[in-house]
Design a protein around this ligand. Structure first.
Ligand code: URA
Ligand code: CA
Length: 433
């Protein structure tokens, strides 16, 4: 086979066979296919698209370019949840213990990412002593006994994706639906779970800015997953404002605990129940999402979900006295209120800018080497639709430096007020099975 023929075939709108796709991915990963040919190929995909079969083959070829996690030592149906990324998204912290409380195994692999706030792993490190340096055997044993554990990422997962993604970044081919879908799904499939619940975010603070695009991406990923034999479904949820009120590591742990106690923000609670009920259903623990939702509500009300969260933290060295007394979590030196400059109703909160404001405080990493400050972040007091009086605090900044002018500027910029009443936002736009 010759790469030039693959490029020509795709350029002219034909579908590649499985063998041809394997040739492209293997050759590019090994280095026998150069960047310039892969660039041309990706641009052809950008314009011509790929069929579901091609995208599934493309995904599997990426999966097979590296190691695959074997979770067969864990009993039961392993269900994973993946979010396409938002601001202040505390759902994983809540959902993991919540579904584990219903005996669904949660086997999470976590790495440190870049972003507005830390990853789940960074957030959990707000609990003193908590660590993920455990052996594979300890990890499997913990999941089998407690139904939940987190281990650091090891092995060489989807090397083809790393190479392809970097090339897409500099060739204007990031926003191709089949390329995004195969990139995300390859990582999920290599991570070894049996079933996958996707949370596709849509809105100003998300990768997908409009609903039609988000729906297309969600449908494509669901088709790929099911084609490959992993039960997959997607929820399309709103990211036109941050989820919940807290953005920051320790602040989000506090918010997650409150949500597990049934006292969390309405939108975070609702999204966790929506995603969680699909996880419970896919795990075979309930026949319908209605039944699953009742089961989840019960483990929140009877305290089991919070108990499982504490057991999980303790089993990995965490001091859970900070969960019993949330004021013992890392706390920033200064709490500075941001007063509204005028009265009105909140009509928009650009989640991206709120995220950048949190990052300026040190809540997230700009580069891999950045140090995270677990204590800092933002607590919003007003969400879309809320009435605001001039002088009233819209946000409290939690900072370890006194000068927060640049952060305030971002917050004022992120918030739009309207003189007239603003209707409520839709949280869950669609569910795709
Ligand atoms: N996230 C990914 O992992 N891959 C993409 O292509 C886009 C977003
Ligand atoms: Ca939040």
């Amino acid at each position: 086979m010759r790469m030039v023929d693959m490029i020509e075939k795709k350029r002219d709108g034909h579908a590649l066979t499985k063998e041809e796709i394997q040739f492209v991915i293997t050759g590019y990963t090994e280095g026998s296919i150069p960047d310039y040919q892969m660039s041309a190929f990706q641009m052809a995909v950008y314009f011509q698209g790929m069929t579901v079969e091609e995208t599934a083959d493309f995904t599997m070829a990426i999966v097979e370019s590296g190691d695959q996690v074997d979770l067969s030592a864990i009993d039961g149906v392993k269900v994973d949840k993946h979010s396409t990324g938002g601001v202040g998204d505390t759902t994983t912290l809540v959902l993991a213990p919540l579904v584990a409380a219903l005996d669904i195994p949660v086997a999470k692999m976590s790495g440190r990412g870049l972003g507005h706030t830390g990853g789940t792993l960074d957030k959990l490190e707000a609990v003193p002593g908590f660590h993920i340096e455990i052996t594979d055997k300890e990890f499997f044993d913990l999941v089998n006994t407690n139904k939940i554990a987190v281990i650091g990422q090891s092995g060489n997962i989807t090397p083809a994706d790393k190479k392809i993604y970097s090339l897409r970044d500099v060739t204007a081919t990031v926003s191709s639906i089949p390329l995004i879908a195969s990139s995300i799904m390859s990582k999920k499939i290599a991570a070894g779970s049996d079933a996958i619940v996707l949370d596709v975010k849509v809105g100003t603070g998300a990768f997908m800015k409009d609903l039609a695009m988000a729906r297309e991406l969600a449908e494509e990923m669901v088709q790929i997953g099911n084609q490959i034999g992993r039960h997959t479904m997607a929820v399309i949820s709103d990211m036109n404002q941050p989820l919940g009120y807290a953005i920051g590591n320790a602040l989000e742990v506090k918010e997650a605990v409150e949500t597990l106690q049934g006292n969390g923000p309405e939108d975070l609670h609702e999204l966790c129940l929506t995603l969680g009920s699909h996880m419970v259903r896919l795990a075979g623990k309930a026949d319908s999402t209605e039944e699953a939702r009742k089961m989840l509500e019960e483990v929140i009300q009877n305290g089991k979900a919070l108990e499982v969260f504490k057991l999980f933290l303790r089993s990995q060295g965490g001091d859970t006295s900070v969960i019993d007394d949330l004021s013992k979590l890392p706390t920033a030196q200064y709490q500075i209120d941001v007063p509204a400059k005028e009265s009105g109703f909140v009509s928009a909160i650009t989640a991206d800018e709120i995220g950048t404001a949190a990052m300026l405080l040190g809540a997230g990493r700009a580069t891999k080497e950045s140090e995270i400050d677990l204590a800092v972040g933002l607590v919003l007091h007003k969400k879309i639709g809320d009435p605001v009086k001039v002088g009233e605090s819209i946000v409290t900044i939690h900072s370890n430096t006194e000068d927060v002018e640049a952060v305030k500027e971002k917050i004022y910029h992120a918030y739009d007020l309207s003189a007239t009443e603003v209707g409520p936002v839709t949280l869950v736009h669609d569910e795709i099975t």
